[in-house]
Design a protein around this ligand. Structure first.
Ligand code: HEM
Length: 245
């Protein structure tokens, strides 16, 4: 057995992002599933409004956390950067083939950052999270007149003589009918992205968790605890290694 070495990999920003993201996404999924099944669960119109409001507040935490992570990928440490996340670049396909071949032969290559297949999963996850955040922020405006677009939407649909800042959801007497219908048409593609994106995200989250557990078991690296401590312990010389501390 080779000597075990510990490497500092995930910086504090990446670790906080990861666990705030897990908690907020779980919260959003839980409330989102209730919104989806509101009728079957006997939730009233007012109850649904409360659910949407709670979902939007969790959504703000989620979206700000995601925004910070996307910025951090430009300015953070080596393993937090786009270069370590996005698939592609020189020699990427060769790296994938080598990784898969060695894995199949029972000689898994150990990476400190994401392995070449992990980069595909993480990029897809970030893309789906971004799509949920952008579509959700638009829906927060169209559904309950919340920021960042709520003020603009309210100005669009308020009936003549009604102060847009007084608009609330489910109050058709305050809306200009034609403008409101045009706004609902504008909303359609965003609800479609949010709705289908949710199911795709569920599938990719399942693949991500399964792959992390499988890799931890097969490679013997401590992927899960590394996301708490920031340190990975490996037995082989890592492919993307910096000197150990
Ligand atoms: C990973 C992130 C998210 C997930 C998994 C998620 C999931 C869901 C689901 C399953 C629904 C029900 C869909 C439907 O009613 O057709 C929903 C609705 C909604 N979401 Fe999200 N969401 C996320 C992020 C956000 C964010 C960041 C916001 C805004 C800050 C947001 C705002 C809304 C609103 C306003 C609705 C109500 C749409 C309606 O009228 O039904 N969501 N979300």
């Amino acid at each position: 057995m080779n000597e075990l070495k510990s490497y500092r990999v995930w910086d504090v920003s990446v670790r906080w992002f990861h666990w705030i993201n897990v908690l907020s996404v779980l919260g959003l999924i839980a409330v989102g599933v209730v919104i989806l099944n509101a009728k079957a669960l006997g939730v009233s119109g007012d109850g649904k409004l409360v659910l949407k409001t709670v979902h939007v507040w969790i959504g703000y935490v989620f979206a700000l956390n995601l925004l910070w992570r996307l910025v951090w990928a430009f300015i953070g440490g080596r393993y937090a950067r786009w270069r370590a996340i996005l698939p592609g670049g020189r020699g990427y396909l060769k790296e994938v083939r080598g990784y898969v071949a060695d894995l199949g032969a029972g000689r898994p290559r150990q990476y400190l950052g994401h392995n070449p297949l992990g980069r595909i999963a993480v990029s897809l996850l970030l893309l789906l999270l971004l799509a949920q955040a952008v579509s959700g922020l638009v829906l927060a405006g169209t559904d309950i007149f919340y920021p960042p677009l709520g003020g603009w939407i309210a100005g669009w649909v308020a009936a003549p003589g009604v102060d847009p800042s007084t608009l609330v959801a489910n109050a058709p007497q305050l809306y200009d009918k034609a403008a409101y219908e045009a706004m609902r048409d504008f909303r359609k593609p965003f609800i479609a992205v949010h709705y289908y994106g949710f199911y795709v995200l569920l599938a990719v989250i399942a693949v991500h968790v399964f792959a992390v557990v499988l890799t931890e078991l097969r490679e013997g690296t401590n992927l899960v605890s590394a996301m708490f401590t920031g340190k990975k312990v490996v037995s082989e010389a890592p492919v993307d290694g910096e000197p150990a501390d």
